[in-house]
Ligand binder design. Structure first.
Ligand code: PGA
Length: 266
């Protein structure tokens, strides 16, 4: 496990974009797992910029998004289909038929979920999966619960998540109560995972995620079992790694498993 601590959101976005770009340069038909939400917006902006400068070629890249709101059509401005086109796909040379996002509206949702996992497997699995994290510790929309599911599935969003998502909708009653999400299986099977977190509101979830304990109450805590995971945290999200008199430190529970990388200025 590698934890990169950077100064701020701008550095976080640049670092994350570099890691994605390197993956694509290494393997031009890389399979990327992609996240939505506020956190990766800056990374997508940087990737678009790199593409414009001719540094990254997405023509053979394949993508699988983590999740989508249940009931929203791909054209809905708050759907993750719309988000991905707006922030990334419409600005790079990716072939839209190589991009995959779970459908929020399908005649047979169970079939759609099964097929989604099948397509990930048929593509050879995910090379690099980008994750955000909810303030409640969710990854994708795998919400804290007494159990987590392995496969792509429909999930009831928790009240915390509904409230966090309401900032994107005009009226509270428009906020979807359910979503379809990649399960913990496809997440944990990704060959490499990069989790991004920015801001003080993510600090408690990050502390719980890296606590040395694994619990379904904090789905991201399962990432401690993954063999190749990078956390990119800005200073605020990494607040638990700071002690007033000692500067940065690595908590006891993590010492044997973690390399802490401090970016200049962090
Ligand atoms: P955010 O969402 O990037 O908008 O904070 C992250 C998440 O809920 O996974």
């Amino acid at each position: 496990m590698i934890i990169h601590v950077v100064e701020d959101y701008k550095q976080l976005s640049a670092k994350a974009a570099d890691i994605v770009a390197n993956q694509v340069m290494l393997k031009n038909n890389a399979v990327l797992g992609l996240a939505t939400g506020s956190t990766p917006e800056g990374m997508y902006q940087q990737l678009v910029q790199m593409h414009r400068e001719g540094t990254v070629d997405f023509s053979r890249v394949v993508t699988f998004n983590l999740d989508e709101y249940l009931g929203l059509s791909p054209e809905h401005p708050q759907s993750y289909h719309y988000y991905m086109r707006h922030h990334l796909f419409d600005h790079i040379n990716i072939s839209l038929q190589n991009t995959h996002i779970p459908l929020g509206q399908a005649n047979n949702m169970n079939k759609m979920c099964l097929e989604y996992d099948g397509k990930i497997a048929a593509a050879g699995g995910i090379d690099l999966l980008v994750l955000g994290i909810g303030a409640n510790g969710h990854i994708g929309f795998n919400e804290p619960n007494t159990h987590l599911k392995v496969q792509t599935h429909i999930i009831d969003l928790t009240q915390d998540t509904i409230e966090a998502n309401s900032r994107f909708f005009d009226m509270p009653e428009e906020v979807p109560r359910q979503a379809v999400t990649m399960g913990m299986g496809s997440i944990m099977k990704a060959r490499r995972i990069m989790l991004l977190a920015s801001g003080t509101n993510k600090a408690p979830a990050i502390e719980e995620t890296l606590s040395g304990r694994i619990t379904t109450a904090v789905p991201a805590s399962f990432l401690q079992l993954h063999h190749d995971v990078i956390f990119i945290l800005d200073r605020e999200a990494a607040a638990f790694l700071v002690e007033p008199d000692r500067g940065f430190y690595i908590p006891e529970a993590l010492r044997r498993h973690v390399s802490l990388v401090l970016e200049p200025g962090a």
